[in-house]
Design a protein around this ligand. Structure first.
Ligand SMILES: [Zn+2]
Length: 683
């Protein structure tokens, strides 16, 4: 998520990192005061609506024709106003996705839509547009000029240059799209799906802590839900193909059939929006301001990636099918429940165990959440010269949520929240949510991980993680660091928010590599009961194990990328959504898209990333290249390189084009070589 910031403007890129001898400052307007998480539903509505009303009055005042249009008199107040409403929207959106009280969730949704309606209206406001065009930009620094250029482009893309009727329709469509996307998310969060098993023998192969956490219920049956702490270990370890098959089918049907009309409406609204704005389809609109610029470049990328991935993936799938036939001689093909899905697939895991010895399965014992979290914090402190401490006075929205503050020397970097346990009505996937976007003098950056990898039945600190969960944790923390480091600049339009979103997965996918590094894992992996450390050979084997299903995993990702692209390229009036899902998977994946799957109703990226799900592939290609300077030093724990990465890639946010950030750090234009080498089994 997405889930998902710049320090460069008018200051040294490491300006915020300089320490002073003073005591730590209080958190300057972190937004905690005016908007506590404990607000009741009616209080939240009242606060948000009155803030939006005051923003409307300020905007009116700012747009007074007699007012001078200078950076100080126009851009500064506009920036402040937009950042404030953006932060209200983020706060309300967080409450919508995370608050335990359903009435606060509903109000969170309504008020985040109200804030977005204000922001959408500003984007189509001709007077704001003219004011920006009148700004004297000649002597301004490049980051300021770039911010204004992006504001103007965003307004053109929001229809500000259309006639009044066109503008009004675009505004109406934008608001309907926001509301439809929220309806889609709400239906997923409220969809509870599970299977029930007759006896513990159905859990053959599962880790002991998992079996202990799943005793039979009052009806004598064992309930297994599609929440990740239930689902993912089953897909990796459960010896019963039938249990895996049934549970995976439930996971592929979350919010079905409720979301069928919702997703159809979403695609129709977006197609109309794109046509009104002069684009052939929504994919062309959505990709225009990304690094790849148009759908043709994305199709070419997918073709190129397929050429690289196909031969190796076919061999991997053939080996897994061969292994499956040892269990079931009549097996004709692999199923979705046999393959990697965020964590290693069942046959991938079996082959690894049989050929390399125990790796990921055994490692689970050594990965209690508390040790992983603390290990991650100490690592970040070392890599980026930070201190991460519990925010003892911070308010949280649920007792299982943890709050931390981050300093560099005596300077605030920001605050973050970890909300990692699934619960009813909460967002169901893993994502980084902005809580406050950081803009100098307005708010310090705050972000939250809304993830679902901790078993609610286990005490927080001792809940076991699979290695795949550790990778997810590091991935989301990569987004979080990007949020925090880039939240110290002057302009909202220089933050990570307005970065090209096909670069947005670079910091997260890059940081996954630290979770796969034996030297990093050896720092914190430890059994809490005996104090025993994992055998070094087990950690070393992880890299080899990861290669087992790598090409196949990325080939299947091409199917997801193509499906998202085609759903937004085709004319929705004649679109058969399940047919596009089936044809995209048939094109790339060795397994058919089963007729009783409805991924399109529970795929959070469909409203979110829309046509650019390919960001995972493209960002990974860039991330493998960005990893090179670390690899050349022979260790991922090299504060000099990581500090340079922070100041040259993360902290600048979107004060410059993403390609420039890349070039500054790597010292050349991107190349496919590092990704290709990695797919071929290299480091
Ligand atoms: Zn991500």
């Amino acid at each position: 998520m997405a889930a998902q910031t710049d320090t460069l403007i008018g200051a040294s890129p490491v300006g915020w990192a300089m320490s002073t001898s003073r005591a730590p400052e209080a958190l300057p307007d972190a937004g905690v005061g005016p908007f506590p998480f404990s607000l009741r539903s009616d209080e939240l509505r009242e606060r948000v609506l009155s803030l939006i009303a005051s923003a409307e009055r300020e905007l009116d005042h700012l747009l007074d024709p007699a007012g001078t249009k200078t950076i100080q008199a126009f851009l500064d107040p506009l920036n402040r106003l937009l950042a404030r409403v953006q932060n209200v929207s983020f706060h309300a959106n967080l409450m919508f996705h995370a608050h335990p009280d359903p009435s606060v969730r509903t109000t969170g949704r309504e008020t985040s839509e109200a804030a977005e309606r204000f922001l959408n209206a500003v984007r189509t406001n001709e007077r704001v547009y003219r004011g920006l065009l009148e700004l004297p930009m000649g002597s301004e620094d490049p980051a300021t000029r770039f911010a204004v250029t992006k504001m103007l482009r965003e307004m053109r893309r929001a229809g500000v240059e259309l006639d009044p009727a066109g503008r009004a329709r675009v505004l109406e469509l934008s608001n309907q799209i926001d509301s439809t996307s929220n309806e889609f998310a709400e239906n997923i969060a409220n969809s509870i799906r599970f299977i029930e098993l007759g006896s513990a023998s159905d859990l053959d192969g599962m880790p002991a802590d998992y079996i202990a956490a799943h005793p039979p219920g009052k009806n004598g049956r064992i309930r297994i839900t599609v929440d990740y702490p239930d689902l993912l270990p089953i897909l990796t370890f459960c010896n019963s193909a039938e249990v895996r098959r049934l549970l995976f089918r439930e996971a592929m049907n979350r919010a079905y059939p409720e979301n069928v009309p919702v997703v159809e409406r979403l695609l129709r609204l977006r197609a109309e929006l794109a046509r009104l704005l002069g684009y052939p389809n929504f994919a062309a609109y959505a990709i225009e301001d990304k690094m790849l610029k148009n759908p043709e470049a994305v199709h070419a990328l997918l073709d190129r990636a397929e050429t690289l991935l196909r031969p190796r993936a076919d061999r991997e799938f053939a080996r897994q099918l061969e292994r499956k036939r040892r269990d079931d001689p009549r097996a004709e093909r692999l199923g979705g429940w046999d393959l990697r899905f965020m964590t290693p697939g069942y046959y991938e895991q079996k082959l690894v165990e049989e050929e390399l010895g125990d790796t990921t399965g055994g490692l689970r014992e050594y990965l209690p959440y508390g040790r992983v979290r603390d290990g991650l914090f100490r690592l970040c402190e070392e890599l980026f010269e930070l201190t991460i401490t519990p925010a003892v006075d911070a308010e949280v929205w649920h007792p299982s949520v943890e709050a931390y503050e981050v300093h560099s020397g005596k300077k605030w970097v920001g605050r973050f929240y970890l909300d990692l346990v699934p619960r009813d009505g909460k967002y169901t996937h893993n994502a980084t949510y902005p809580v406050r976007i950081g803009v100098e003098g307005i708010a310090l950056p705050q972000a939250a991980l809304l993830c679902n990898f901790l078993d609610p039945r286990a005490p927080l600190d001792s809940a076991r993680l699979q290695h795949g969960d550790v990778v997810t944790f590091f991935h989301e923390f990569g987004h979080l660091l990007h949020n925090l480091f880039s939240g110290h600049g002057r302009w909202l339009y220089n933050t990570w928010l307005t970065l090209e979103w096909d670069f947005i997965e670079v910091p997260s996918q890059l940081f996954e590599e630290w979770a796969r590094d034996p030297a990093v894992l050896a720092r914190f992996a430890q059994r809490p009961d005996t104090g025993e450390r994992p055998p070094p050979a087990m950690l070393e084997r992880l890299r080899e194990a990861d290669k087992f299903g790598r090409s196949g995993y990325w080939l299947v990702l091409l199917a997801w990328s193509l499906a998202a692209l085609e759903l937004y390229e085709r004319d929705p009036s004649s679109l058969d959504i399940p047919a596009v899902m089936r044809s995209s998977f048939a094109r790339y994946s060795p397994i058919p898209y089963e007729p009783d799957y409805h991924l399109e109703t529970c795929w959070p990226h469909l409203p979110g990333y829309s046509a650019y799900v390919y960001t995972y592939l493209w960002s990974m290609i860039l991330a493998r290249d960005i990893l090179r300077p670390f690899q050349e030093r022979g260790s991922l724990i090299d504060p000099e390189v990581s500090h340079r990465y922070m100041t040259e890639v993360l902290a600048p946010g979107s004060s410059r084009p993403a390609a420039d950030l890349f070039r500054t750090f790597v010292g050349r234009d991107f190349s496919y070589d590092a990704f290709e080498q990695w797919i071929r089994g290299g480091g």
